[in-house]
Design a protein around this ligand. Structure first.
Ligand code: ADP
Ligand code: MG
Length: 705
């Protein structure tokens, strides 16, 4: 049968039904899919040597004849050992394998073999320990004696099996059509697609493997960037209210800023100014305000809100929890004088007008929103769930945006659409997040947004005293915590997830809670918060903590406690070594918000020097971005909060530390959009149909659409 790229795998050389099923499970349906199933690393067996040149400690490949081979059962450890003696024209070496007695069926005396593995020193001289092996025959060697691909062995797909099937299939690589524009391949010095496929599976050497990998990582990043830029353009085709920042408005805003009990930080000023500039355009803004916990994002949101309200339009602010919404509402009431503000959550509706806060019937509130009497509406998911209709909403603000799903975020964009004269008029959009992601990374996962970063803390913030607590000092720490509570302070305790089955942290938090309640602090009030609780229960506990009816709040890491509790002065983190630095830093940011000196205790049972060093970085630095950069270097991008949830594919994910590559991908994507920009409807499709097709498949696969 003639095999081509589209041949279904069940029709390929005799792949049995079991393997067909396994391949289907990882999404491989055709020969082409198999070609695009890449190894994630290589074993470097390329150091081919004569037996007599092999040295202890190195990984070598040798080729020779089997002189002797036999299975031995060790008496002591009851293990199966296979011992073989191999000879080439320079000498002899022994090879041993553990618990693979079936080897003797394949490897027989007088057979020519290639072996790759580590040379160790044994009693009788040098020896190859557990080497990879294959018979030397007519076929090229693929498992030894070269750079050998290693694949993710999920679903029972072994690397050995994949190598054997892929090698003959590689001749189809010539038929794979190039989708990258030729200019890009030339500029970036990439392999063309066919060569890249051959080299990524069976590279000639290390450099070639790297070059191939770089190209495919680029492909992913490039496609992501094109997608992001297109999204951005699509959004910008909409209309938005033009908020003219005239002198009158300027005076209003100045007055507001002067009324504050503190000075704005420089970062707050710069961000506010970027937003004001955005609002002046008839294109809708789509900006992300990124800043550490406590960096004062709310105030930037308020300045933006005031700018819009004073121009006669409405503003909405959506928070992930009722407590946060309430907190924002009361802060808004305190900061703004004469505007009408309302709170809408699942459980309450309030209005602030004529200097008074009043309860209001929900339907009545909806009516007031509709006829424009409410200037600034603050709430929870209710804003998108209830039938909220605005009179003239010009700015939507999403707080803690990472807490909302993609569809929820889309809804706040679309729910409030207003179509006039065939043009969509949408509100300007401001999202906020406390997830500190380095700028280059943000370019990838938030590539469709403009970015403002609050990388500066308000002046006069107390430094939080951070300590690494060794197991021996646990009692002392407990005593210290007790003293703090006696002084009237409150404490957070964060627990890591115990095991994989404990997805919502029920087990970990419950165990810690019971320990503290029953054994350590039987006369204190301890509260518990975990992912299995209903939103209402969580809200109740948070409220109790906020009302100081709870001394110690035990919570899982799954729960982010985004509220401002000034009286909380101690943050205890159990199993601190299990968290990324940026995440620990975010936990720490929950304390140190009031007048009292605050503390962060990192408990760890790990004695690893590396872990200790990593945790000590937290003691030194109080800058979330700095810590995120360190995380990125030490633990890789997958461990950064927010990155894993972004749904990035493997290669792109692995390349997130390669800033050069990200920048190149961004640049090339911008260029290509610029180039095809002249076409109206399906610009990319007309000029680069293969690329457009690839983009479509890609975005579907990674669920961007
Ligand atoms: P986050 O960025 O985590 O949302 P918030 O906006 O809640 O931070 O601000 C944290 C606290 O800092 C609030 O009590 C706020 O009033 C205060 N704050 C904001 N900006 C400043 C500033 N420039 N100087 C002093 N305090 C500020
Ligand atoms: Mg906030």
């Amino acid at each position: 049968m003639l095999v081509n790229l589209k041949t279904p795998i069940e029709k390929l050389f005799q792949i049995g039904p079991a393997y067909v099923q396994r391949l289907h499970k990882v999404g491989i349906k055709t020969a082409e899919d198999l070609l695009f199933y890449f190894p994630f690393r290589y074993d470097d067996f390329s150091s081919v040597k004569k037996i007599s040149d092999a040295e202890v400690g190195e990984i070598v490949s040798i080729a020779g004849k089997i002189i002797d081979i036999r299975n031995i059962r060790t008496r002591k450890k009851r293990m199966n050992l296979t011992e073989a003696l191999i000879e080439d024209d320079s000498g002899m070496i022994k090879a041993i394998w553990f618990n693979q007695p079936f080897l003797t069926r394949n490897l027989r005396i007088n057979a020519n073999v290639s072996l790759s593995g580590k040379v160790v020193y044994a009693q009788e001289g040098l020896q190859l320990s557990n080497p990879a092996y294959e018979l030397i025959g007519e076929k090229q060697i693929i498992h030894t004696g070269r750079f050998v691909p290693v694949y993710h062995e999920t679903e029972g797909l072994s690397s050995k099996w994949l190598r054997a099937y892929l090698k003959p299939l590689l001749k189809l690589a010539n038929d794979v059509e190039e989708y990258l524009p030729y200019d890009i391949i030339k500029r970036q010095k990439f392999f063309g697609i066919s060569e890249a496929i051959r080299q990524i599976h069976f590279p000639g050497d290390k450099n070639k493997a790297e070059t191939a990998r770089r190209r495919f990582a680029f492909d992913e990043l490039f496609l992501i960037q094109i997608y992001m830029i297109m999204q951005k353009r699509k959004w910008q085709k909409n209309n938005a209210a033009k908020i003219k920042f005239d002198q009158k408005l300027e005076i209003e805003i100045k007055k507001f800023v002067e009324s504050l009990p503190f000075k704005l930080t420089n970062a707050q000023k710069i961000s506010s100014w970027s937003i004001i500039k955005d609002l002046e355009k008839s294109q809708p803004m789509n900006r992300l305000l990124e800043g550490d916990v406590g960096s004062g994002k709310t105030l930037v949101a308020f300045i933006s809100a005031l700018t819009v309200v004073k121009s006669g339009y409405q503003v909405a602010l959506m928070s992930p929890t009722e407590i946060l919404a309430r907190q924002h509402f009361f802060e808004a009431v305190e900061r703004f004088g004469k505007i009408t503000i309302a709170l809408l959550t699942g459980s309450e509706s309030k209005i602030y007008e004529d200097n008074k806060i009043k309860k209001i019937n929900k339907n009545k509130l909806l009516e007031k929103i509709k006829n424009g009497e409410i200037n600034f509406l603050i709430g929870t998911h209710s804003l998108i769930q209830e039938k909220v209709v605005f009179k003239n909403l010009a700015l939507s603000i999403v707080d803690e945006q990472h807490r909302f799903g993609i569809d929820q975020r889309a809804k706040i964009n679309s729910n409030v659409l207003d179509i006039k004269d065939g043009l969509k008029t949408v509100p300007h959009l401001l999202s906020m997040t406390a997830t500190p992601i380095p700028r280059t990374l943000a370019l990838t996962i938030y590539g469709d947004l403009d970015l403002s970063i609050l990388d500066e803390m308000p002046k006069g913030r107390q430094k939080i005293i951070t300590k690494l607590v060794a197991p021996a000092n646990r009692e002392l720490a407990y005593q210290f915590i007790h003293d703090q509570i006696k002084k009237g302070r409150q404490v957070f305790v964060i627990c890591p997830l115990i095991d994989e089955s404990d997805i919502l942290g029920v087990k970990s938090a419950t165990e810690e809670y019971e320990k503290l309640r029953d054994k350590i602090y039987p006369n204190l009030n301890i509260g518990l918060l975990h992912g299995k609780m209903k939103p209402k229960e969580k809200e109740e506990i948070m409220q109790k903590f906020s009302d100081q009816k709870i001394n110690i709040l035990v919570s899982t890491s799954v729960i982010e406690v985004g509220i401002d509790i000034q009286n909380a002065t101690v943050m205890v983190i159990e199993g601190a070594d299990r968290f990324g630095l940026a995440q620990l830093h975010q936990f720490r940011g929950r304390v140190g918000r009031g007048e009292h000196q605050s503390f962060c205790f990192l408990f760890t049972d790990s004695t690893s020097v590396k872990t200790n060093k990593r945790l000590k970085a937290l003691i030194k630095s109080s800058n979330g971005f700095e810590l995120a950069e360190q995380d990125l270097k030490i633990r890789g991008p997958g461990e950064l909060v927010g990155v894993r949830q972004s749904g990035l594919p493997d290669l792109a994910m692995a390349s997130l530390t390669d800033f050069e590559l990200i920048k190149n991908a961004r640049h090339e994507a911008e260029e290509i959009i610029k180039e095809v920009g002249a076409y109206r409807d399906t610009p990319l499709l007309k000029k680069y149909p293969k690329l457009a097709e690839k983009l479509k498949i890609f975005t579907k696969k990674i669920h961007f659409e």
